[in-house]
Design a protein around this ligand. Structure first.
Ligand code: PHE
Length: 336
């Protein structure tokens, strides 16, 4: 009885107490073991009963000892500092998302050409997403952007607050707060009301670029994007510029590169065999400069915008855009 109470009351709170407990109740020279030794002196008629009681005590002590030993072994292994600090961790580490990797690479390439990085809101007003960018009211170019508008509540649409459809809103915010020269890239999430497919999503990522200074030329724009394409996709990449239209640039262009997915055969990424569009661009429309109070007779500039998903698909030969948002670890672990 006394020993049973002692075993139950014994508090084990560190490794040396585990050892003390072992010496007293579990080891071959423990007090419990000597009681077993005394069993031979117990009168034969009581021996069975005493033996059972001792066995119960033994089980009690051993269980308590094993539990304590295990819990301190766990604690020990998780805190132990390996003797060789260069041994890699047995814990599997996560990998960066391919869009994160490519965004970093894009920013790095433009950083080296002197572009800073700027940020802006995803929930935006009509002014920053459209009006200041020279989209006239009711102009069809607004419709082309498949805008999500924000509900005021009770189903009432608030048509001047929206999810930005492009990162061009950051151009405006930047030019409002900074005087030329301005040279910045603006990465971020954008939203368009489009059906989700291998080629399109309602949520995707863009990087906008803006350069405003005195005497910026269209050649500067072409050289910048040309250099970007070679850095991103390799020096054998060919580029071509096609005339295009954006309300906020004049003249406007789109830049294609040779499709790295199908190598000229045509595929679901480069619809027109062999060429795939990677950026919209142009010279900043003087109206846009005037809208933010920059003197358009003194300054001019260029802007461009590109989709990070498209660039990532080309870079890593990914044929379905939906993979980016499905979070399948078998896909994600391939990018290191
Ligand atoms: N904002 C345009 C788009 O999303 C891309 C663009 C940016 C075009 C800058 C020209 C200049 O389609």
């Amino acid at each position: 009885k006394v020993i049973q109470e002692e075993i139950e009351a014994f508090v084990i709170s560190n490794e040396s107490e585990v050892e003390q407990f072992r010496i007293q109740f579990v080891g071959r020279k423990s007090r419990l073991a000597s009681l077993f030794d005394g069993l031979k002196d117990v009168p034969a008629e009581n021996r069975r009963e005493v033996g059972q009681a001792l066995n119960q005590l033994k089980n009690l002590a051993e269980n308590k000892f094993n539990q304590a030993q295990e819990s301190f072994a766990d604690a020990k292994s998780s805190f132990e500092i390996p003797s060789d600090l260069t041994v890699s961790s047995p814990v599997q580490q996560g990998t960066l998302h391919p869009l994160t990797l490519v965004r970093s690479r894009i920013l790095e390439i433009f950083n080296r050409m002197g572009f800073s990085v700027s940020d802006g809101p995803e929930i935006e007003t009509d002014f920053y997403n459209f009006t200041a960018l020279n989209f006239p009211a009711n102009h069809p170019a607004r419709e082309m952007q498949d805008t999500f508008f924000i509900e005021k509540g009770a189903g009432e649409i608030q048509d001047d607050v929206l999810l930005r459809t492009h990162t061009s809103n950051v151009q405006i915010r930047l030019m409002q707060h900074q005087k030329p020269p301005i040279r910045s890239v603006m990465p971020g999430r954008v939203y368009r009301n489009e059906a989700i497919s291998a080629r399109a999503h309602c949520l995707f990522h863009q990087v906008e670029g803006l350069y405003v200074d005195e005497k910026v030329s269209f050649k500067d724009l072409k050289d910048t994007l040309y250099h970007f394409a070679k850095e991103m996709f390799g020096k054998d990449t060919k580029v071509r510029f096609r005339p295009s239209y954006f309300p906020f640039t004049e003249p406007s262009a789109e830049m294609d590169i040779t499709c790295l997915l199908c190598k000229g055969e045509g595929c679901n990424v480069c619809k027109q065999a062999g060429w795939v569009e990677i950026a919209g661009a142009g010279m900043v429309d003087p109206n846009v400069l005037e809208n933010v109070g920059i003197d358009s007779t003194k300054y001019n500039g260029f802007a461009f915008g590109m989709g990070i998903e498209r660039i990532t698909m080309l870079k890593y030969q990914i044929k379905d855009l939906r993979l980016f948002t499905e979070n399948d670890v078998r896909f994600l672990r391939q990018f290191n």
